[in-house]
Design a protein around this ligand. Structure first.
Ligand SMILES: [Zn+2]
Length: 93
């Protein structure tokens, strides 16, 4: 996996389209509809970075709960590993 995860500039301007992963506490990678994209949200610097959910699914399996992966998030901007969370957004098609 590439270490350079794409940064999402200006994403906060469209914050209303993001739902917090708390609503998806039982959702697994495989059960999340394909038009959703995942973002990691840094607790320390509020950086939001896009996450390749298909890559995650290939590596960890489709039965992995998204919520369980939060502790594994590392901010690509400041390196923070604590209290990071997922955001889930609908991708425009
Ligand atoms: Zn950060």
């Amino acid at each position: 996996m590439s270490s350079a995860e794409p940064m999402v500039s200006g994403w906060k301007m469209r914050h209303h389209s993001i739902s917090l992963a708390k609503e998806h506490i039982r959702t697994t990678l495989g059960s999340l509809a394909e038009w959703y994209v995942l973002f990691g949200n840094c607790y320390a610097c509020e950086h939001i970075g896009m996450i390749d959910r298909w890559e995650l699914q290939r590596r960890l399996g489709r039965d992995t709960r998204i919520k369980a992966l939060e502790v594994r998030l590392v901010c690509t901007k400041c390196g923070n590993r604590d209290h990071n969370g997922f955001c889930i957004a609908k991708q425009k098609r």
